[in-house]
Design a protein around this ligand. Structure first.
Ligand SMILES: [Zn+2]
Ligand SMILES: [Zn+2]
Length: 290
């Protein structure tokens, strides 16, 4: 237990339910040695987590989970230890953010025009400080007013692909984000390999492209992997000379079945995976972040 870590964790800065400080406090209470903050497309939770980690003696790894596109599929890319101010990475993230804003505005306007009591101003007012508004926030807003039964149901039924309020948005290509992360000194790692609608051949093609663009790792341990899937990711990583990371994809009460550190109960990510990542990143062991 003392050696356990979690390298895939969401906070209130994106779609998790715990504040960054609360996540680190929870990690401390569970006896985790390290955790990475990997919010969707934002670094906003990192400073508070680093500060809390240094106070409580929990190693906090600065990270992010970027939404990318490869061969028509939304692929999530984890990044660790990147320089948040690197120009290329900043430019791509800003482009993605602008696109997200445009999509939210179009979606909310269409809902409004169809008679739903929603507009951007009141949506924003309900999530003060939240820079990563998206479909779950819109659905939660409508649920609180009795228009949908659940967040998930609202997203799928109203704003899912093929549904009346679905709005397409442009995504940054996987390889572009990998190159930008590397240019920012970061460590790109392809997340949860079995959540994509790829055939085994397509999955292999995606990993080949990711490795070719400079990815350093694959998420080898993950809450919902079967033992066979975990073994095959480790085997794939070995074939490509990539590292493996591991994490729960904790979202707090937004995904209540996933526990920090232990995932669905069996997850046990050893510190050795982080040690290898740090060695690859040129980070010396036990380096203090603050
Ligand atoms: Zn993801
Ligand atoms: Zn995630």
């Amino acid at each position: 237990m003392a050696d356990r870590i979690d390298l895939h964790v969401h906070t209130l800065a994106s779609d998790g339910s715990d504040s960054p400080a609360a996540v680190v406090e929870r990690a401390k209470a569970l006896g985790l040695r390290a955790l990475a903050i990997t919010d969707h497309d934002t670094f906003a939770g990192i400073p508070e987590a680093l500060e809390t980690g240094s106070r409580l003696g929990v190693e906090v790894v600065p990270g992010v989970e970027l939404s990318t596109m490869y061969a028509g599929e939304h692929v999530h890319l984890l990044g660790y230890y990147m320089d948040e101010n690197a120009p290329e990475l900043r430019a791509l993230m800003r482009r993605a953010g602008d696109e997200r804003t445009r999509r939210n505005e179009t979606m909310v306007r269409r809902l409004h025009d169809a008679g739903y009591p929603i507009d951007m101003e009141s949506l924003r007012a309900e999530y003060p400080g939240q820079t990563m508004l998206g479909r779950p926030h819109v659905a939660a807003y409508l649920m609180r007013r009795g228009y949908v039964d659940s967040v998930r149901g609202g997203v799928v039924e109203l704003m899912g692909r093929g549904k009346p309020f679905y709005v397409e948005r442009e995504h940054i290509p996987l390889e572009d984000y990998i190159r930008a992360l590397r240019a920012a000194g970061g460590m790109p790692v392809v997340a949860h390999l079995y959540q994509y609608r790829y055939t085994p051949e397509q999955l292999e093609t995606m990993v080949t492209a990711a490795a070719g663009a400079g990815a350093v790792g694959l998420e080898g341990m993950y809450s919902t992997y079967t033992p066979e899937q975990q073994a095959s990711v480790f085997a794939m990583a070995e074939r490509y000379g990539l590292l493996c990371t591991g994490g729960s994809d904790y979202h707090g009460t937004r995904k209540p079945h996933i526990a920090l550190g232990t995932g669905l109960g069996e997850l046990n990510v050893p510190y050795a995976l982080l040690a290898a990542l740090k060695a690859r990143a040129g980070r010396t062991e036990q380096r203090k972040e603050i």
